[in-house]
Write a protein that binds this ligand. Sequence first.
Ligand code: DX5
Ligand code: ZN
Length: 208
Amino acid sequence: MKISTSFLTSRNIPRDLGILNDTDTDFIHVDVMDGKFVKNKTMPFKEMKNIYKYTSKRLDVHLMVKKPSKYIKDYATLNTAYLTIHIEAEEDLDMLLELIKSYGIKCGISIRPSTDLELLRPYLKKVDLILLMSVEPGQGGQSFLEDTQDRLKELKQMCKEEKSHCLISVDGGINDETKKFVKGADILVSGSYVINSYDFQNAIDDLR
Ligand code: DX5
Ligand code: ZN
């Protein structure tokens, strides 16, 4: 099981990224919010890009924005492994996926808890990753939505039917209790459970 750690709820990002750099987290999950797709807004990229000098881990970027193209161009300049857009975004999805691929970065699509999974079907062969939301996107520290368990099963079945080899990542409310609901996932995104713990490595070990 791979772990992608989100620092969204960190109160000291340079310090926490430094500590995470010495753990075996596989990725740093970067939550980007535009104040339109979701209510909250994260700091401008100009400031964000200075923060990433505190980590040599690869980034797993989650764009919770209405119009991802300009964010894709920005994050493509960093050490980004995955760039994930939302199926509910307001630009052409095929264009966005091609844009991500043009930078040699792996592409993902994320889906809100209330959106019909069938909308993903045409894209399953075109993406490297599906980021299944297990909370409403917009903030860290929320409770895991238990019907994610059934959505994960349905998504895995669809991937099988479409002969897709994309990875499945689950994001939101993941901790040592809720991880049992998402056993079939390839990557777990965890924010507050890791960041609020005394020992980041211990918390990561508990999730694997
Ligand atoms: C929610 C974000 C998540 C969140 C995860 O909008 O996409 O990545 O930060 O944090 P926890 O683990 O606290 O739910
Ligand atoms: Zn996220």
